[in-house]
Design a protein around this ligand. Structure first.
Ligand SMILES: Nc1nc2c(ncn2[C@@H]2O[C@H](COP(=O)(O)OP(=O)(O)OP(=O)(O)O)[C@@H](O)[C@H]2O)c(=O)[nH]1
Ligand SMILES: [Mg+2]
Length: 339
Protein backbone atom coordinates (compact mmCIF):
# COMPACT_ATOMS: atom_id res chain seq x y z
CA UNK A 1 0.00 0.00 0.00
CA UNK A 2 1.43 3.40 -0.79
CA UNK A 3 0.78 5.43 2.31
CA UNK A 4 2.32 8.79 3.19
CA UNK A 5 5.44 8.19 5.30
CA UNK A 6 5.23 8.82 9.02
CA UNK A 7 6.22 12.39 9.83
CA UNK A 8 9.64 11.61 11.29
CA UNK A 9 10.93 11.67 7.73
CA UNK A 10 10.19 15.36 7.11
CA UNK A 11 13.04 17.83 7.38
CA UNK A 12 13.15 20.57 9.97
CA UNK A 13 11.78 24.03 9.28
CA UNK A 14 14.60 26.45 9.99
CA UNK A 15 14.12 29.18 12.54
CA UNK A 16 11.31 27.94 14.78
CA UNK A 17 12.05 26.11 18.02
CA UNK A 18 9.05 24.36 19.53
CA UNK A 19 7.88 21.56 21.75
CA UNK A 20 7.27 19.25 18.84
CA UNK A 21 6.58 15.65 17.99
CA UNK A 22 4.06 13.00 17.12
CA UNK A 23 1.19 11.65 19.19
CA UNK A 24 -0.55 8.48 17.97
CA UNK A 25 -4.20 8.43 19.01
CA UNK A 26 -4.90 4.75 19.61
CA UNK A 27 -7.53 2.57 21.21
CA UNK A 28 -10.41 0.20 20.69
CA UNK A 29 -12.94 1.00 17.94
CA UNK A 30 -15.53 3.67 18.72
CA UNK A 31 -13.69 5.27 21.64
CA UNK A 32 -13.85 8.75 20.12
CA UNK A 33 -10.34 9.05 18.64
CA UNK A 34 -11.41 10.79 15.44
CA UNK A 35 -13.86 12.98 17.33
CA UNK A 36 -10.93 14.12 19.46
CA UNK A 37 -8.75 14.89 16.45
CA UNK A 38 -11.51 16.97 14.89
CA UNK A 39 -12.19 18.75 18.17
CA UNK A 40 -8.53 19.68 18.71
CA UNK A 41 -8.09 20.94 15.16
CA UNK A 42 -11.44 22.70 15.10
CA UNK A 43 -12.21 21.22 11.70
CA UNK A 44 -13.75 18.05 10.40
CA UNK A 45 -10.80 16.12 9.00
CA UNK A 46 -11.58 12.58 10.12
CA UNK A 47 -14.75 10.57 9.60
CA UNK A 48 -16.77 9.93 12.76
CA UNK A 49 -19.69 7.55 13.28
CA UNK A 50 -21.39 5.51 15.98
CA UNK A 51 -20.34 2.34 14.15
CA UNK A 52 -17.04 0.74 15.21
CA UNK A 53 -14.16 0.65 12.71
CA UNK A 54 -15.00 3.90 11.00
CA UNK A 55 -11.38 4.99 10.57
CA UNK A 56 -9.43 2.87 8.09
CA UNK A 57 -6.24 4.85 7.42
CA UNK A 58 -3.82 6.84 9.47
CA UNK A 59 -4.61 10.55 9.27
CA UNK A 60 -2.28 13.24 10.49
CA UNK A 61 -3.55 16.48 11.98
CA UNK A 62 -1.07 19.13 13.11
CA UNK A 63 -2.06 21.27 16.06
CA UNK A 64 -0.07 24.41 16.90
CA UNK A 65 -0.30 26.82 19.78
CA UNK A 66 1.40 28.11 22.91
CA UNK A 67 1.40 26.97 26.52
CA UNK A 68 2.06 29.69 29.10
CA UNK A 69 5.10 29.02 31.25
CA UNK A 70 6.69 26.42 28.96
CA UNK A 71 10.09 27.20 27.49
CA UNK A 72 9.68 27.54 24.55
CA UNK A 73 5.97 28.31 24.75
CA UNK A 74 5.24 27.36 21.14
CA UNK A 75 4.30 23.81 20.26
CA UNK A 76 3.70 21.76 17.16
CA UNK A 77 1.80 18.62 18.08
CA UNK A 78 1.37 16.18 15.23
CA UNK A 79 -1.57 13.88 16.00
CA UNK A 80 -1.92 10.61 14.13
CA UNK A 81 -5.47 9.30 14.19
CA UNK A 82 -5.55 5.53 13.76
CA UNK A 83 -8.13 2.79 13.17
CA UNK A 84 -9.50 1.19 16.34
CA UNK A 85 -7.60 -1.99 17.09
CA UNK A 86 -9.36 -5.25 16.17
CA UNK A 87 -8.51 -8.82 15.23
CA UNK A 88 -10.73 -9.25 12.16
CA UNK A 89 -9.85 -11.31 9.12
CA UNK A 90 -9.50 -10.14 5.53
CA UNK A 91 -7.18 -7.73 3.77
CA UNK A 92 -9.02 -4.57 4.79
CA UNK A 93 -8.97 -5.38 8.51
CA UNK A 94 -5.34 -6.51 8.36
CA UNK A 95 -4.45 -3.24 6.66
CA UNK A 96 -6.29 -1.24 9.33
CA UNK A 97 -4.59 -3.16 12.09
CA UNK A 98 -1.16 -2.54 10.60
CA UNK A 99 -1.94 1.17 10.31
CA UNK A 100 -2.74 1.37 14.02
CA UNK A 101 0.15 -0.73 15.27
CA UNK A 102 2.67 1.03 13.03
CA UNK A 103 1.75 4.46 14.37
CA UNK A 104 1.48 3.26 17.98
CA UNK A 105 5.04 1.98 18.04
CA UNK A 106 6.57 4.91 16.18
CA UNK A 107 5.57 8.12 17.95
CA UNK A 108 6.86 10.44 20.66
CA UNK A 109 3.84 9.82 22.86
CA UNK A 110 0.90 7.44 22.56
CA UNK A 111 -2.56 8.59 23.61
CA UNK A 112 -4.79 5.67 24.54
CA UNK A 113 -8.40 6.81 24.23
CA UNK A 114 -10.78 4.88 26.46
CA UNK A 115 -14.58 4.91 26.16
CA UNK A 116 -15.22 5.59 29.84
CA UNK A 117 -18.96 5.09 29.33
CA UNK A 118 -18.40 1.46 28.32
CA UNK A 119 -18.08 -0.70 31.44
CA UNK A 120 -15.98 -3.32 29.67
CA UNK A 121 -13.81 -1.15 27.42
CA UNK A 122 -12.87 1.23 30.22
CA UNK A 123 -10.95 -1.24 32.35
CA UNK A 124 -7.20 -1.57 31.91
CA UNK A 125 -7.45 -5.37 31.71
CA UNK A 126 -9.27 -4.89 28.39
CA UNK A 127 -5.80 -4.20 26.97
CA UNK A 128 -4.71 -7.77 27.66
CA UNK A 129 -7.53 -9.34 25.59
CA UNK A 130 -6.40 -10.95 22.31
CA UNK A 131 -7.65 -8.16 20.05
CA UNK A 132 -5.82 -5.45 22.00
CA UNK A 133 -2.71 -7.31 23.19
CA UNK A 134 -0.58 -6.31 20.19
CA UNK A 135 -1.49 -2.68 20.79
CA UNK A 136 -0.43 -3.05 24.42
CA UNK A 137 2.91 -4.44 23.23
CA UNK A 138 3.33 -1.68 20.63
CA UNK A 139 2.92 1.08 23.21
CA UNK A 140 4.90 -0.69 25.94
CA UNK A 141 8.09 1.20 25.23
CA UNK A 142 6.48 4.54 24.38
CA UNK A 143 5.55 7.44 26.71
CA UNK A 144 1.81 7.14 27.33
CA UNK A 145 -1.18 9.26 28.31
CA UNK A 146 -4.64 7.84 29.01
CA UNK A 147 -7.68 9.88 27.93
CA UNK A 148 -10.89 8.74 29.61
CA UNK A 149 -13.37 9.92 27.00
CA UNK A 150 -17.16 10.38 26.98
CA UNK A 151 -17.24 11.50 30.61
CA UNK A 152 -20.44 13.35 29.77
CA UNK A 153 -21.99 9.87 29.92
CA UNK A 154 -20.28 8.74 33.14
CA UNK A 155 -21.76 9.19 36.63
CA UNK A 156 -19.44 11.52 38.55
CA UNK A 157 -18.85 9.11 41.49
CA UNK A 158 -17.51 6.50 39.05
CA UNK A 159 -14.85 8.74 37.57
CA UNK A 160 -12.34 9.07 40.39
CA UNK A 161 -12.15 5.31 41.08
CA UNK A 162 -11.67 4.74 37.35
CA UNK A 163 -8.79 7.23 37.24
CA UNK A 164 -7.25 5.52 40.27
CA UNK A 165 -7.59 2.12 38.60
CA UNK A 166 -5.63 3.41 35.60
CA UNK A 167 -3.07 5.01 37.91
CA UNK A 168 -2.50 1.64 39.62
CA UNK A 169 -2.26 -0.08 36.24
CA UNK A 170 0.38 2.45 35.25
CA UNK A 171 2.38 1.96 38.44
CA UNK A 172 2.28 -1.83 38.00
CA UNK A 173 3.59 -1.37 34.46
CA UNK A 174 6.46 0.80 35.66
CA UNK A 175 4.73 4.00 34.60
CA UNK A 176 4.66 5.90 37.87
CA UNK A 177 2.76 9.17 37.59
CA UNK A 178 0.93 8.04 34.45
CA UNK A 179 -1.25 10.94 33.30
CA UNK A 180 -4.94 10.00 33.15
CA UNK A 181 -7.03 12.83 31.73
CA UNK A 182 -10.84 12.75 31.73
CA UNK A 183 -12.34 14.36 28.63
CA UNK A 184 -15.49 14.66 26.57
CA UNK A 185 -14.13 15.02 23.05
CA UNK A 186 -17.59 15.62 21.65
CA UNK A 187 -18.03 18.88 23.52
CA UNK A 188 -14.41 19.71 24.33
CA UNK A 189 -14.34 19.24 28.11
CA UNK A 190 -10.81 18.54 29.34
CA UNK A 191 -9.34 18.70 25.85
CA UNK A 192 -7.19 21.76 26.51
CA UNK A 193 -5.72 20.13 29.60
CA UNK A 194 -5.05 17.00 27.60
CA UNK A 195 -3.18 18.98 24.94
CA UNK A 196 -1.10 20.75 27.60
CA UNK A 197 -0.22 17.39 29.14
CA UNK A 198 0.86 15.96 25.79
CA UNK A 199 2.85 19.05 24.83
CA UNK A 200 4.79 18.86 28.09
CA UNK A 201 6.00 15.39 27.09
CA UNK A 202 7.34 16.41 23.68
CA UNK A 203 10.99 17.07 22.98
CA UNK A 204 12.21 20.58 22.17
CA UNK A 205 13.60 21.10 18.70
CA UNK A 206 13.10 22.78 15.36
CA UNK A 207 9.55 22.79 13.93
CA UNK A 208 9.16 19.97 11.44
CA UNK A 209 6.26 21.11 9.26
CA UNK A 210 5.50 24.11 7.06
CA UNK A 211 3.39 26.53 9.11
CA UNK A 212 0.31 26.24 6.88
CA UNK A 213 0.30 22.44 6.83
CA UNK A 214 -2.64 20.87 8.69
CA UNK A 215 -2.66 17.32 7.38
CA UNK A 216 -0.63 14.93 5.26
CA UNK A 217 -3.70 13.93 3.31
CA UNK A 218 -4.68 15.27 -0.09
CA UNK A 219 -8.02 16.99 -0.57
CA UNK A 220 -9.30 13.98 -2.53
CA UNK A 221 -8.70 11.73 0.48
CA UNK A 222 -10.50 14.10 2.85
CA UNK A 223 -13.41 14.35 0.42
CA UNK A 224 -13.70 10.56 0.19
CA UNK A 225 -13.66 10.30 3.99
CA UNK A 226 -16.44 12.85 4.42
CA UNK A 227 -18.62 11.10 1.85
CA UNK A 228 -17.95 7.79 3.58
CA UNK A 229 -18.99 9.40 6.87
CA UNK A 230 -22.27 10.45 5.25
CA UNK A 231 -22.78 6.85 4.15
CA UNK A 232 -22.53 5.76 7.80
CA UNK A 233 -24.93 8.48 8.88
CA UNK A 234 -27.52 7.92 6.17
CA UNK A 235 -27.50 4.13 6.11
CA UNK A 236 -26.67 3.34 9.76
CA UNK A 237 -26.70 -0.39 10.46
CA UNK A 238 -27.80 -1.16 6.91
CA UNK A 239 -24.49 0.03 5.49
CA UNK A 240 -22.44 -2.89 4.19
CA UNK A 241 -19.09 -3.01 6.03
CA UNK A 242 -17.23 -3.29 2.74
CA UNK A 243 -18.26 0.07 1.33
CA UNK A 244 -15.57 2.40 0.03
CA UNK A 245 -15.56 5.77 -1.64
CA UNK A 246 -13.30 6.50 -4.60
CA UNK A 247 -12.91 10.03 -5.91
CA UNK A 248 -12.98 9.85 -9.69
CA UNK A 249 -12.89 13.56 -10.53
CA UNK A 250 -11.89 16.57 -8.46
CA UNK A 251 -11.88 19.82 -10.38
CA UNK A 252 -11.74 23.43 -9.35
CA UNK A 253 -13.87 25.60 -11.64
CA UNK A 254 -12.95 29.11 -12.76
CA UNK A 255 -15.47 30.60 -10.31
CA UNK A 256 -13.85 28.76 -7.35
CA UNK A 257 -16.53 26.03 -7.12
CA UNK A 258 -15.45 22.43 -6.79
CA UNK A 259 -16.84 19.66 -8.99
CA UNK A 260 -16.36 16.27 -7.36
CA UNK A 261 -17.33 12.92 -8.86
CA UNK A 262 -17.26 10.00 -6.43
CA UNK A 263 -17.92 6.31 -6.76
CA UNK A 264 -19.28 4.25 -3.88
CA UNK A 265 -17.91 0.73 -4.18
CA UNK A 266 -19.79 -2.19 -2.66
CA UNK A 267 -19.28 -5.92 -3.07
CA UNK A 268 -22.70 -7.19 -4.24
CA UNK A 269 -25.71 -6.12 -6.29
CA UNK A 270 -27.97 -6.39 -3.24
CA UNK A 271 -25.73 -3.88 -1.45
CA UNK A 272 -25.85 -1.54 -4.42
CA UNK A 273 -29.63 -1.53 -4.17
CA UNK A 274 -29.43 -0.65 -0.46
CA UNK A 275 -27.15 2.33 -1.10
CA UNK A 276 -29.27 3.63 -3.98
CA UNK A 277 -32.53 3.18 -2.06
CA UNK A 278 -36.10 3.07 -3.34
CA UNK A 279 -36.39 5.22 -6.45
CA UNK A 280 -32.89 6.59 -5.75
CA UNK A 281 -34.03 8.27 -2.53
CA UNK A 282 -30.98 7.25 -0.50
CA UNK A 283 -28.34 8.29 -2.97
CA UNK A 284 -30.14 11.59 -3.47
CA UNK A 285 -30.08 12.23 0.27
CA UNK A 286 -26.43 11.23 0.38
CA UNK A 287 -25.67 13.74 -2.35
CA UNK A 288 -27.37 16.55 -0.46
CA UNK A 289 -25.65 15.75 2.84
CA UNK A 290 -22.30 15.12 1.17
CA UNK A 291 -22.41 18.42 -0.71
CA UNK A 292 -23.10 20.32 2.50
CA UNK A 293 -20.29 18.58 4.43
CA UNK A 294 -17.78 19.07 1.62
CA UNK A 295 -18.79 22.70 1.20
CA UNK A 296 -18.06 23.28 4.86
CA UNK A 297 -14.67 21.53 4.71
CA UNK A 298 -13.46 23.26 1.56
CA UNK A 299 -15.30 26.52 2.25
CA UNK A 300 -16.75 26.78 -1.25
CA UNK A 301 -19.69 25.59 -3.31
CA UNK A 302 -19.37 21.90 -4.17
CA UNK A 303 -21.07 20.11 -7.05
CA UNK A 304 -21.15 16.43 -6.16
CA UNK A 305 -21.94 13.54 -8.47
CA UNK A 306 -22.28 10.13 -6.83
CA UNK A 307 -22.64 6.70 -8.37
CA UNK A 308 -22.48 3.16 -7.02
CA UNK A 309 -20.36 0.37 -8.44
CA UNK A 310 -20.10 -3.33 -7.56
CA UNK A 311 -16.49 -4.46 -7.07
CA UNK A 312 -16.90 -8.10 -6.04
CA UNK A 313 -14.98 -9.09 -2.89
CA UNK A 314 -12.78 -5.99 -2.93
CA UNK A 315 -12.14 -6.17 0.81
CA UNK A 316 -10.64 -9.64 0.66
CA UNK A 317 -7.35 -9.00 -1.08
CA UNK A 318 -4.74 -6.35 -1.71
CA UNK A 319 -5.69 -6.15 -5.39
CA UNK A 320 -9.28 -5.35 -4.40
CA UNK A 321 -8.17 -2.73 -1.90
CA UNK A 322 -6.09 -1.10 -4.60
CA UNK A 323 -9.11 -1.07 -6.92
CA UNK A 324 -11.08 1.01 -4.43
CA UNK A 325 -8.30 3.50 -4.00
CA UNK A 326 -6.28 2.38 -0.99
CA UNK A 327 -3.05 2.57 -2.99
CA UNK A 328 -3.60 6.04 -4.40
CA UNK A 329 -5.33 8.01 -1.71
CA UNK A 330 -2.27 9.16 0.20
CA UNK A 331 -1.47 12.83 0.27
CA UNK A 332 1.94 14.17 -0.47
CA UNK A 333 2.46 16.32 2.58
CA UNK A 334 0.45 19.05 0.90
CA UNK A 335 0.01 22.05 3.09
CA UNK A 336 -1.75 24.15 0.51
CA UNK A 337 -5.30 24.11 -0.76
CA UNK A 338 -8.41 24.83 1.21
CA UNK A 339 -7.65 22.73 4.27
N1 LIG B 1 -21.33 11.19 24.39
C1 LIG B 1 -20.15 11.26 23.77
N2 LIG B 1 -19.98 10.63 22.57
C2 LIG B 1 -18.77 10.73 21.99
C3 LIG B 1 -17.69 11.44 22.57
N3 LIG B 1 -16.64 11.33 21.73
C4 LIG B 1 -17.04 10.58 20.68
N4 LIG B 1 -18.32 10.22 20.83
C5 LIG B 1 -19.14 9.43 19.92
O1 LIG B 1 -18.58 8.13 19.82
C6 LIG B 1 -18.79 7.58 18.51
C7 LIG B 1 -17.47 7.11 17.95
O2 LIG B 1 -16.65 8.24 17.70
P1 LIG B 1 -15.40 8.16 16.71
O3 LIG B 1 -14.65 9.43 16.88
O4 LIG B 1 -15.81 7.76 15.35
O5 LIG B 1 -14.59 6.97 17.40
P2 LIG B 1 -13.21 6.31 16.91
O6 LIG B 1 -12.48 5.94 18.15
O7 LIG B 1 -12.53 7.21 15.97
O8 LIG B 1 -13.76 5.01 16.20
P3 LIG B 1 -13.00 4.07 15.10
O9 LIG B 1 -12.54 4.96 13.99
O10 LIG B 1 -14.09 3.15 14.69
O11 LIG B 1 -11.90 3.37 15.81
C8 LIG B 1 -19.44 8.69 17.70
O12 LIG B 1 -20.84 8.46 17.68
C9 LIG B 1 -19.11 9.95 18.48
O13 LIG B 1 -20.05 10.99 18.33
C10 LIG B 1 -17.92 12.12 23.82
O14 LIG B 1 -17.06 12.78 24.39
N5 LIG B 1 -19.16 11.98 24.36
MG1 LIG C 1 -11.94 6.94 14.04
Amino acid sequence: MSEPPLPATTSPEPGRTVHGGTCAIVGLPNGGKSTLLNRVLGRHLAAVSPRPQTTRNRIIGIHRGRVDGLEPEAFELCFIDTPGIQLGKGALRRFMRAQALGAAGDCDVALYVVDASDSRARNPDRLSKPDAADLASAIAGVPLVIALNKIDRVDKPELLPLMETWGRWGAAAGRDGLEVVPIAALVGDGVERLVTTLVGMLPVGPAMFPEDMVTDRAEEFLAAELIREQLYHQLGKELPYASAVVIETFEERDNGDLAIGACIAVERDSQKAIVIGKGGARIKQLGIAGRAALGELFRCTVHLTLFVKVVPDWSNGDAGLRRVGFADLGGGGSGGGRT
